[in-house]
Design a protein. Structure first.
Lengths: 280, 280
């Protein structure tokens, strides 16, 4: 077994799926779940995502050799700092947060003796939330991005890399800042755009829509609190992505105003080229 | 049988599906396909979408009692005007165009003796194109919007209503101008936004994306020529929709700048409310 006892802090879609996958793949002997809602922990236990649950953070991490923090992005750093003093020596932290740089910086600013953290972002979110949507195969074939820095413990990095692979995901490494810039484009901007689009359409028009609107707005069904946290954690990069998107939108506005058919076909072709490269 | 002979002008995804559905449902004795590409017509015939094909418009419509124009939106009015003199008396035109007001206006400006046209828009498009993607069940359960005016022949309207229902679709009626304003929001804006989003993302970032970007940009894979025609045909309404969307996007930009978490949650919740009403 890769780990003896794993503690999962925050047992929702991601945390629950980590638990289910860890049990299914025999990655750990014991999976402990920690959360603020005892009823949710009971549900997670009944679903087999955790072996036992607790609402007490020190108690949750006490015997863990791996702690996976799956809280909303804006609470990951503070959760790690609160938990660290209660961990055993050699315990390793990783997480499931959609943003990385702010977390890495916050932990750098508050040096904690013996704290070993390997930042991770499994690209396996969904517009669905909650442990009731967790799946043992959520990470299967998906990409997990680790964002180590030059101070990241090499042995811990190797173990965390093996951990996310053992859950079924592919693993790659990126600089935290680059991760946040790239994900601002590939994940946070799409969410912002989908949400802005949905918010633009009057309810009484929905009966006259088809698959196009459904696909384009799908992620806007995600949890507003989770996404507010992500967008704020990745605030500067998200704003830059929004600005780049607006430039593109302004081009379209001008092409329409000029009734520039050829320019419009070219503009649409550029989008299609990227979309086609993405696959179905 | 509802019709004796149907002529389909433009045998791609929509035209081919009209043919397949008409044959499958026994809506017409004969289905004639007309297009500029003889090889495509051969393919359509082999797929069973048409009984025979011709590249000659007068020959295609000569014996038809229903002509379904499925060319790109910007060629529908001119195609009807070209075909009308060659039709038999009592022939009815309908179409599959995504925009309606410009077509209705163009035909009003060029009054043609005996021309009977019932404008239609089956909401059954896709990012896929071509007769090879046509399906007999493409319209099944989908909505077809008819946009009659006060000069539309009542008996023809009834027959065209029955025709689109017989292909499997639900049918509703809207004023042409309202159709275009609503569809600018529910279809043309989503396409514009998806395409702008895809065009914003550098190719080398695609490897770091997941389902969110794929869903949000899916329709950007559509045919640039077809979509340029649609956006230009519905130019003023599309620009108004783009402006409304930009207002929404600017709100987000300001909320991020102000780090307004509560405002952000509220903004995201408004989008989620619309998205949730749309269903999966």
């Amino acid at each position: 077994m890769l780990f003896d006892e794993i503690a999962i802090i925050g047992v929702g879609l991601i945390g629950g799926s980590v638990g289910l996958a860890a049990k299914a793949k025999g990655v750990a002997r014991t999976v402990v779940g920690m959360g603020r809602d005892a009823a949710n922990l009971d549900k997670a236990r009944q679903l087999g995502a955790i072996d036992r649950g607790t609402t007490d953070l020190p108690e949750a991490v006490r015997k863990a050799d791996l702690i996976v923090v799956c809280t909303p992005a804006d609470r990951i750093a503070s959760t790690i700092l609160k938990a660290a003093p209660h961990c055993q020596r050699n315990a390793i932290f990783t997480d499931g947060g959609s943003t990385k740089e702010q977390i890495v910086l916050a932990l750098k600013k508050a040096p904690t003796a013996g704290l070993v953290y390997v930042p991770a972002h499994p690209l396996a979110g969904s517009e669905k939330n909650g442990v009731e949507n967790a799946r043992a195969d959520l990470f299967e074939g998906r990409l997990t991005i680790l964002t180590p820095t030059n101070t990241t413990d090499a042995a811990a990095l190797e173990r965390v890399d093996a951990f996310w692979r053992s859950l079924g995901s592919r693993v790659t490494h990126l600089d935290p800042g680059k991760h946040d810039r790239v994900l601002a484009g590939t994940s946070h901007l799409p969410h912002a755009v989908a949400s802005a689009l949905a918010g633009t359409i009057p309810m009484e028009w929905l009966q006259y829509s088809a698959g196009g609107l459904r696909d384009t707005t799908r992620v806007a069904g995600g949890d507003p609190e989770l996404w507010a946290a992500i967008l704020l954690e990745n605030n500067p990069a998200t704003r830059l992505a929004l600005d780049a998107f607006r430039v593109r939108l302004d081009e379209l506005r001008e092409l329409l105003e000029a009734k520039n058919r050829d320019g419009l076909i070219q503009w649409l072709s550029q989008g299609k080229q990227v979309r086609d490269a993405l696959g179905t």
